[in-house]
Design a protein. Structure first.
Length: 229
């Protein structure tokens, strides 16, 4: 075992205070400990104490009660997050059920093209699950777009029977991505993508429609897109 201390000193008393600030791996079997000494160590401790003082003030508690207060806040946050998630799922389900009722049917295929406001990728996938449930005995294809946390997401899915007929969500989303400047890929029954330019998602949705309808060889009539909040 080898220990290299870097700068050498005559006596350890010369460093006065010693404060470790980080520790990590730099190579196989080698770890690095970084520390400061003397006045630099005192400065860091003072900064940490000031930060802790601010935390105690925000939490409105004494130092000895801070840990329990944080645990309670995190627990409350998780509980409220679950409730919000459940509410979002219910609202997404209602929106999708409306989209299904309004879906355009061309040559026996149900088409759903829509932007769902505020849906994260998980909610988009949940929306697809609802469509599968409601249209389980039908031929359908759905393209959903959403903006969540300043990011735009795209999901494309189709019924199992559509896949059996030779259509592929992954292939379709790749073509849409190529034409619209986004990225995407996935399985035959469902594919996902990310959209770089979120300024004109309506145009993105229209491009996707045209590509899908062309690939499926349907009528030139394009189903109307819709936006659900």
């Amino acid at each position: 075992m080898e220990l290299c201390g870097g700068t050498h000193i005559e006596n350890t008393k010369d460093i006065r205070m010693f404060k470790i600030i980080s520790e990590g791996s730099v190579a196989s079997g080698i770890r690095r400990i970084e520390a400061v000494t003397d006045k630099a160590a005192i400065d860091i401790i003072n900064q940490q104490q000031a930060a802790l003082k601010d935390i105690y003030a925000i939490l409105k508690c004494k130092p000895q009660d801070a840990a329990n207060k944080l645990k309670t806040l995190i627990s409350d946050f998780d509980r409220l997050g679950k409730k919000l998630r459940q509410a979002a799922l219910k609202e997404a389900r209602r929106s999708v059920e409306t989209l299904i009722k309004e879906a355009e049917k061309i040559n026996g295929i149900f088409f759903i093209f829509s932007k769902l406001e505020g849906a994260d990728p998980a909610l988009l996938r949940n929306a697809i699950d609802v469509i599968r449930e409601k249209l389980k005995d039908k031929d359908w294809i759905a393209m959903l777009i959403s903006v969540y946390d300043k990011q735009a997401y795209l999901i494309l899915a189709m019924s199992t029977d559509m896949v059996k007929k030779g259509f592929n969500s992954g292939t379709l989303i790749s073509k849409i991505a190529s034409a619209a400047g986004c990225s995407g890929g996935g399985k035959p029954d469902m594919a996902q993508g990310g959209i770089k330019d979120i300024s004109d998602l309506k145009s993105m949705l229209d491009k996707g429609k045209k590509i899908i309808l062309k690939e499926l060889g349907t009528s030139s009539k394009v189903p109307p897109s819709s936006t659900k909040t």
